[in-house]
Ligand binder design. Structure first.
Ligand code: 9MR
Ligand code: ZN
Length: 533
């Protein structure tokens, strides 16, 4: 007998309430703790969902709004329990934000803030310049990227962009949201205090000439040991134009956000952004990145940098209003890149979003309309995908790749932007559907975030979570999710060929192509939750 699947963290009183069943049922009752029937409904026969590989029946009991504990009883005997709560999403927001603290590098995580999940100071030694090992610099701080201990500029810039835009669009959610982290820099909201930890590291990654090292890491990934046990030599890897542009962009964005709190820090960020931009002007050609021989940590290669440069110009334009940045932006727009992409390898959407948020004179409105149309066009496309999914997942078959949960959450971000920034409220529903899918309303009946209930992420491909000797998983971590082309040996062994895309998942520590965590898989979840709240 199947269980209807639904979000594992409970439903918000006024929110969408959906359950999905992979077995025929016609009617259902929702009973409260005392057995009283509080809602009666009929299942909708959805039909076959190819990404799930299932025929599905759906229940929508959004009309039930009273807080309490309930059981949904289908007329075929299938049952599931759930709760309706006020602020149901708040614990998840807190936890996914706190996750960044647990990923801090270069400092000790102390029991006061980290509970059982402590570690000593890690990766604090000077890093040698890979191309000239007679030179070394301090490059400590920031967040570990993922299950590995590398720190990569483009990945960091992407995670920061999600978090900073979340604050930019929904500041009231964060003004009083405390996640108990050590703070520097005065009266900052916790989200900005945490981002400052990453930004302060980033500033150390800039060379005197303004160029930005692509990454700092050891030559090879560490064994599955605690971070302080990973004492191999650190290296600064060559400057890339993507890293330099993303750095310029995110420092400029941050300078505007931190200015009301700390003008000195804002000035410092802005000056760094300008230095990076000067390097970009002096180096107009694409300078990509490939791992040099002898290094096999994360590569984060890209095939072009026009989108990165576009984002940088948009942010500097937003800071200064200077015509020159605008002209460069317009020139870059002649290249072909996505204007809605919000990922680490493709960042055009961040530039478009910033431009949309600028107060513009009339003559610029036409360009703003174009960016607005791009987001709305994408929202329409995703809405169609959502309508074709039994679970309301706005995902194509191709989207179920390495880190598919980032696609799910990036799509939630598009729906949120379509509402908050483009003013089309109806798209907002898509945000909650995508989140419920991540939180358990999926064919695995699995909550992809650690720390929430029995059927949630427990064994991520995350070094400290494995090596810390603590039974429980570090909370608030977001798994990469189902991947229809598993790439690691464990996943290839454990996932039978022909498994449906949404079921290509198992919560196994070895499965780095399904079950790793990264900072930029956590950050869009924070954004989506901030929208909902
Ligand atoms: O997410 C990346 C995936 O698309 C690539 O195929 C894979 C192999 O290069 O790398 C993934 O990114 C990883 C990065 O290189 C290092 N930190 C963890 C990232 C997520 O697995
Ligand atoms: Zn570290």
């Amino acid at each position: 007998m199947n269980t209807p699947v639904l979000s594992h963290i409970g439903f918000e009183t006024g929110g969408i309430k959906q359950a999905v069943l992979a077995q025929r049922a016609d009617k259902y009752l929702v009973k409260n703790n005392e057995g009283k029937v509080c809602f009666e409904g009929e299942f909708e026969a959805f039909g076959y969902d190819p990404n799930a590989g299932e025929e599905l029946w759906r229940a929508d009991f959004s009309e039930l709004k009273e807080t309490g504990a309930y059981t949904l009883c289908a007329d075929n005997g299938c049952e599931v329990q759930f709760e309706i709560r006020q602020n149901a999403y708040e614990p998840v927001l807190k936890s996914t934000l706190k996750a960044f603290y647990y990923l801090r590098c270069g400092c000790a995580l102390t029991p006061e803030y980290a509970g059982e999940f402590t570690h000593d100071v890690c990766h604090a030694g000077r890093a040698l310049v890979w191309e000239d090992t007679s030179k070394s610099y301090e490059a400590d701080g920031g967040w570990h990227d993922a299950g590995d201990y590398g720190r990569y500029i483009t990945a960091g810039a992407c995670a920061l962009a999600h978090l900073l835009f979340a604050y930019r669009l929904y500041p009231q959610v964060f003004d009083s949201l405390e996640v108990h982290i050590p703070k520097s820099g005065g009266r900052l909201p916790d989200i900005l205090a945490e981002c400052r930890y990453e930004l302060s590291w980033m500033l150390k990654m800039q060379r005197e000439d303004g160029g930005v090292y692509h990454k700092v890491s050891t030559a090879h990934h560490a064994a599955f040991v605690m971070p302080e046990k990973d004492t191999s030599q650190l290296y600064l890897f060559p400057v890339s134009s993507m890293a330099t542009a993303d750095f310029a962009a995110v420092c400029a964005l941050a300078s505007r956000i931190y200015r009301p709190f700390d003008a000195e820090f804002a000035d410092c960020l802005f000056a760094a952004a300008q230095r990076a931009d000067k390097w970009l002007v002096d180096h107009p050609d694409f300078l990509g990145f490939r791992n040099p021989k002898g290094c096999d940590t994360g590569e984060y290669g890209e095939r072009g940098d026009r989108d990165n440069r576009f984002w940088a110009c948009a942010e500097l334009f937003a800071c200064t209003g200077e015509e020159l940045y605008h002209e460069r932006m317009m020139e870059l727009l002649k290249s072909d890149f996505s204007l809605t992409a919000l990922g680490y390898g493709s960042v055009g959407g961040f530039g478009a979003l910033t431009y949309l948020l600028c107060d513009m004179p009339n003559r610029r409105r036409v360009q703003q309309e174009k960016f607005r149309d791009a987001f709305l066009f994408e929202a329409v496309r995703l809405n169609e995908l959502m309508a074709a999914s039994g679970y309301h997942a706005a995902m194509s078959e191709q989207d179920y790749c390495w880190g598919s949960n980032m696609n799910l959450m990036k799509h939630a971000m598009i729906f949120a932007i379509a509402d908050t920034v483009c003013g089309v409220k109806a798209f907002g529903r898509g945000v909650e559907y995508q989140l419920q899918c991540l939180l358990g309303c999926n064919p695995m009946d699995f909550c992809y975030i650690s720390g929430f209930g029995e059927k949630s992420l427990k064994n991520p491909h995350l070094r400290p979570a494995y090596a810390d000797g603590v039974e429980e998983c570090i909370p608030g971590m977001v798994s990469g999710g189902p991947n229809r082309h598993p790439a690691d040996e464990d996943a290839k062994r454990l996932i039978p060929a022909g498994t449906s895309p949404m079921k290509c998942f198992t919560d196994h520590v070895g499965c780095y192509s399904l079950n790793e965590i990264t900072i930029y898989w956590n950050s869009p979840v924070v954004f989506a939750l901030a929208y909902l709240m």
